[in-house]
Write a protein that binds this ligand. Sequence first.
Ligand code: SAH
Length: 261
Amino acid sequence: MDSFTDVPRIKESSDIGQQQCRVVTEEEWLQKWQMRNIGFHKEQVHWILRKYLDVLLNGRSGLRIFFPLCGKAVEMKWLADMGHCVVGVELSECALKEFFTEHNLSYSEEPVPGISGAKVFKSTSGNISLYCCSIYDLSSTIAGRFDGIWDRGSLVAINPCDRERYANLMLSLMEGSCCYLLVSVLYDPNKHKGPPFYVPDSEIKSLFGLLISGENITSLKGKVCEIKCLEKVDDFSDQHKAWGLDYFLEVTYLLTLKSVP
Ligand code: SAH
């Protein structure tokens, strides 16, 4: 089911309710990995990335592609095998080591100049570099800029109070021609505490695309995005039912930079 007309008719609220105040600490994320509470990890390449690969690549080859909050996403290997250079960032060292081990990839481990305590794990082939630190420690000075971004389980995983900081960082990591595929989720935020957190369409627009009479140009580092909704599908499963929900939608956006006058 992949057309806008097939999705349940819901009234989308811009109010994210009690989720606004919810904070998941770094320690809690590390515990999820330790306790194997990682239902977010998928063994197969996400169908949305398969479907929109051409949109992400936009006719280009040998891209630098960024995976914010990467976990051990299998799509990193998939894109690296196509000749792209993949860069990820993840808090959990265990997740990153599992990624390399599960794909039989040898890797090296190095400190990151500029981020104390951080490490970067690099595949021996050199085309996968995964930073083990908080995404908020990263900058374009450290990681460079990217031609493509795959954001699945990332914007929806960060604490709602950090969304503006996250969006500004992502904007600063985009090359001028960057294609940013963003997968967000919609459900009734009064029925589940998250993560994943509910991110209304209106918030995507204000985080990445809104420019109110030039006022927030500085905070957006002179960048705003054109936002295209590519897909809105019903993704309701038994897991969502167990959370107490009665609908769950997955929404895919394409963000591209437009120049600010
Ligand atoms: N994108 C991945 C994982 C999604 S789950 C996938 O598609 O499978 C979110 C991941 O973000 C978890 O692995 C968690 O450990 C990590 N994480 C949470 N907060 C983070 C932060 N501030 N910086 C880096 N990683 C973070």
